[in-house]
Design a protein around this ligand. Structure first.
Ligand code: DQA
Length: 143
């Protein structure tokens, strides 16, 4: 099957961005491990990071046309702001897993609101880069 891993704004800076919160692993390392995890299970993973809400929306629409089986999505700050991305996921109807590196419930109050969690197949947060590994493991088992 074809899976999609999406990363929202500022995640291109992983490795140097607030390392006390987000760790030292880079996005390239996360993406490589994720692709290997899917390939080992006989599936194909595409990845995209964007700082642009519009580009993420367009990628979700394209995923609908491509028949993507599952989306693993860290919407980053858009988690707490984006009705438009929520609506895009609802429109295509592809099951998705919401992922966060940090435990968003142990941080500022505004990070406790997600526009995605109630639509998500599941939510994984707080395990650093391992959050992605756990989400992909669940996604692969769901296929
Ligand atoms: C994040 C948590 C968000 O609140 C934040 O805006 C991010 C990253 C995480 O992975 O922990 O950019 O999604």
């Amino acid at each position: 099957a074809h899976l999609l891993l999406l990363h929202g704004p500022n995640l291109n800076l992983l490795g140097t961005r607030e390392p006390a919160v987000y760790g030292a692993t880079t996005l390239e390392e996360i993406d490589r491990a994720a692709r290997e995890q899917c390939a080992a299970a006989g599936h194909q993973l595409e990845t995209l990071q964007s700082n642009s809400e519009a580009e993420l929306i367009e990628r979700i629409h394209a995923a609908g046309r491509q028949g993507v089986a599952c989306i693993v999505f860290n919407p980053a700050a858009f988690t707490h702001t984006s009705v438009a991305l929520r609506d895009a996921l609802a429109a295509v109807g592809i099951p998705f897993i919401e992922v966060h590196l940090s435990n968003v419930h142990a941080r500022e109050e505004f990070r406790r609101l997600s526009y995605f969690s109630d639509l998500a197949r599941g939510v994984i947060c707080g395990f650093g880069p391992k959050s992605y590994t756990l989400a992909l493991e669940a996604a692969l088992q769901d296929l």
